[in-house]
Design a protein around this ligand. Structure first.
Ligand code: F6R
Ligand code: MG
Length: 369
């Protein structure tokens, strides 16, 4: 990338049709997406692309020079999803198109259903990036690892060993209930940050900046306009982008945060709490109780906008224990059946039959005493 010209890395995700049920994606869908993006690359609209999937969520990874929230790039992604949706309908794949909320493109993908994580930067001499993509959970699920990666020296020794990181990082937090956001600076405000980020269904860390120069270090697919009626539209296909090394957390410091399969919201019917299991690409097929929720990691070296990779980051036996723990937690928490805290609290559930149950029972309730 000559001079100061900036590159944009866009990760745009949507559920266009499941194979089988909500478990995985059919190869025809991925091929359709690749064809569309290949043509766009031939035409020079984008520099490079890669297509992945996590569970039944399709992930378009695109590099270009148009900046974030660009109409042409969003329209390309939308048309690609539409073509994939047609392919899904043709195969009668499950819930084809349920992830796209609107039929007509109106200028931006925000508020249309897909998840959008975009980061713009001047490419460094060497630019390692990690893209984490999850399935059967929601965007607030990145709060815990984001805190550990950028504010906890027990996870990230670079915070005290790398002079560029000594001043810490600032976190942009969206309050999706009130539709407002705040920026909190760590380490000084880490307690305020934890007070908010510990409620990931309401407060969502959407971006992280380095204090020393305000350089953007990480973004998640939770921009303001993705919020529709107090809920993140891209509920089930959260993605996060991390720039790594040389003044940002090392690749291993980002990965370390996922060695603990922490509990997230989502899973069966988007209404259950369960462990986030880090898996290689080929194991991103959540079958048990439609889960447990999965996260995959794609590592790239970005070279003049080209995506060199991906490296399958969780394809490493050092994550075997995290997977084993996730399975043990799954056995334990599943035994709670329909009881909280396995089943999520009523207002957070994606599915509920409670209004119908209450309708049926309303007249039979009697005053106590
Ligand atoms: C959760 C998910 C699945 C479905 C479940 C019911 O995000 O995708 O757990 O919610 O399989 O699906 P429907 O309502 O399509 O029968
Ligand atoms: Mg899905």
């Amino acid at each position: 990338m000559p001079g100061e010209s900036k590159l944009t890395l866009s990760v745009i995700t949507a559920a266009v049709g499941g194979f089988i049920g909500h478990v995985s994606s059919h190869p025809d869908i991925l091929d359709t997406a690749k064809e569309w993006l290949h043509t766009a690359r031939e035409k020079g609209l984008i520099i490079d692309f890669h297509v992945l999937r996590c569970g039944d969520d399709l992930e378009l990874i695109i590099t270009h020079e148009n900046g974030p929230d660009d109409r042409q790039i969003h329209e390309l992604a939308w048309k690609t999803f539409m073509a994939c949706q047609d392919a899904a309908v043709e195969l009668k794949l499950y819930a084809a198109g349920r992830g796209i909320l609107k039929d007509t493109f109106t200028g931006s993908l925000k508020c249309m259903g897909p998840g959008v994580a975009e980061i713009e930067f001047a490419e460094r001499k060497s630019e390692p990036v990690l893209i984490l993509m999850a399935n059967k959970t929601s965007v607030g699920s990145w709060n815990l690892p984001l805190y550990k990666i950028f504010a906890d020296p027990f996870n990230t020794p670079g915070l005290i060993l790398d002079p560029t990181m000594l001043d810490g990082f600032s976190f942009r937090v969206s309050d999706i209930k009130e539709g407002r956001e705040i920026t909190l600076k760590t380490p000084a405000e880490s307690h305020y940050l934890l007070a908010l980020a510990g409620s990931p269904s309401r407060y969502i860390i959407s971006g992280v900046f380095r204090n020393s120069d305000s350089d953007l270090a990480a973004v998640v697919s939770a921009q303001k306009c993705n919020i529709v009626g107090g809920k993140i539209a891209a509920k089930c296909e959260p993605a996060a982008i991390f720039r790594c090394q040389a003044g940002f957390p090392a690749v291993g410091e980002v990965m370390e945060a996922f060695s603990f399969p922490y509990l997230v919201e989502g899973w069966m019917r988007g209404s259950h709490t369960g462990p986030l299991m880090p898996v290689p690409f080929y194991e991103a097929n959540p079958t048990r109780f439609d889960g447990p929720p999965r996260v995959i990691g794609a590592g790239f070296q970005v070279s003049d906008g080209r995506l060199i990779g991906p490296h399958d980051m969780f394809d490493d036996p050092s994550f075997d224990e995290a997977r084993r723990t996730a399975n043990q937690v799954t056995d334990y928490i599943r035994r709670h059946g329909p009881f909280q805290p396995h089943r999520m609290p009523e207002p957070e559930m994606e599915y509920t039959a409670m209004p119908i149950v209450m309708d049926k029972l309303r007249d039979r309730f009697k005053k106590i005493g």
